[in-house]
Design a protein around this ligand. Structure first.
Ligand SMILES: Nc1ncnc2c1ncn2[C@@H]1O[C@H](COP(=O)(O)OP(=O)(O)O)[C@@H](O)[C@H]1O
Ligand SMILES: [Mg+2]
Length: 328
């Protein structure tokens, strides 16, 4: 069976007065098998959120998907008509975002917001909606779901609101759930609970889960495989265990080391010296070369290709494979 989510060489650009179109995502490849939990990690600005939005063609205006392939459940998303897109968005694919990106409507009750997706996609009838909302609120572990259903968002805590968003993402019985930094606004305890909840839901509902986060440690608790993004491109794909035990790309290695350092001493060390380059302002060579302790001449001149290693993992680095990216 083909992967349920397939993204290949995705390129997203925004108009830039000085440069015409600026490519802020350029070279993202992402494949997720049905029922799998995949992590998408990378520092802020690497293109995680835009990639997630591109899955259902919701890249914000005036951004454009200018190249690449996106398929969900075998369907070509970039060629899909409005009707197919509607059934993908919130139907086949449920989304939860970090608050307040996807804020709840302050003047509508929780029940009506939770059942909205069911109304749009499943045609639930009015009397069924409250029952459905209460059932979903209970499923995401909220105590006293009847009371929560009658509440308005301001009456709930951050952790409760995030669970409400999760309940509404589940309302239309999605096959795929995309969680983009779903715990970033939460304290450590609520974070841990949210991860446990996602794990539970995933098993019970046989979901395919895409867990997007800058926090490799958090991602590692939930997923089987990880796709690492750096500067708008995929630099490594591997199983969680292989990635932690033997990261191939120097950027992944730095992320793994930072995680160990943070775990060991209870503080966060900087990931790697230097910063992610401004999106689109990349040189011709490897985008990580300016920060890479192993970079040699060729890394500054040519862009390595994302290369399959044969065991299902992929890496974009001249230390591992000499192949150049033909699209560069
Ligand atoms: N609405 C926008 N307009 C212009 N540029 C954008 C917009 N959204 C994102 N970008 C650019 O794309 C880059 C990647 O964004 P994003 O996908 O949100 O990164 P991440 O989620 O990994 O932090 C950003 O650093 C920014 O330069
Ligand atoms: Mg983001």
């Amino acid at each position: 069976m083909p992967p349920i989510v397939e993204v290949d060489r995705l390129t997203i650009a925004f108009p830039d007065p000085a440069r015409g179109w600026r490519r802020v995502v350029d070279g993202v490849t992402l494949n997720v098998e049905e029922g799998e939990a995949m992590g998408v990690v990378g520092e802020s600005g690497c293109g995680k959120t835009l990639t997630a939005l591109a899955l259902v063609r919701l890249v914000p205006e005036p951004g454009r998907i200018v190249r690449g392939m996106v398929r969900i459940g075998g369907q070509d998303v970039l060629a899909a008509g409005e009707r197919d897109l509607c059934s993908l968005r919130g139907g086949f694919v449920g989304f939860i975002f970090q608050e307040p990106t996807q804020a709840l409507n302050p003047v509508r009750s929780v029940a009506s917001q939770v059942s909205e997706a069911a109304r749009l996609h499943g045609g639930a009838s009015r009397p069924d909606e409250d029952a459905l909302a209460i059932r979903l609120l209970a499923e995401v572990g909220l105590e006293d779901p009847e009371r929560v259903a009658r509440s308005y968002p301001h009456q709930l805590s951050g952790g409760q609101r995030q669970r409400v968003l999760l309940a509404s993402a589940l309302a239309a019985d999605p096959k795929v759930v995309v969680a983009d930094e779903p715990t970033s606004a939460l304290d450590t305890v609520s974070q841990q609970r949210m991860v446990e909840l996602l794990q539970e839901l995933r098993q019970r509902r046989r979901l395919t889960l895409l867990f997007v986060s800058h926090d490799l440690d958090l991602v590692g608790r939930l997923v089987e495989r990880v796709t690492v993004l750096y500067a708008g491109e995929t630099v490594e794909v591997a199983t969680r265990d292989a990635l932690f035990a033997e990261p191939h790309h120097p950027y992944t290695r730095a992320l793994v080391q930072a995680r160990l350092a943070a775990g060991g001493f209870g503080e966060r060390f900087p990931t790697v010296p230097g910063a992610v380059p401004r999106a689109g302002a990349w040189g011709h060579g490897c985008r990580f070369a300016p920060r890479c302790p192993y970079a040699f001449d060729r890394c500054l001149e040519a862009r390595p290709a994302l290369t399959a290693l044969g065991d299902g993992s992929m890496v974009r680095c001249f230390l591992v494979s000499e192949t150049e990216d033909a699209d560069a």
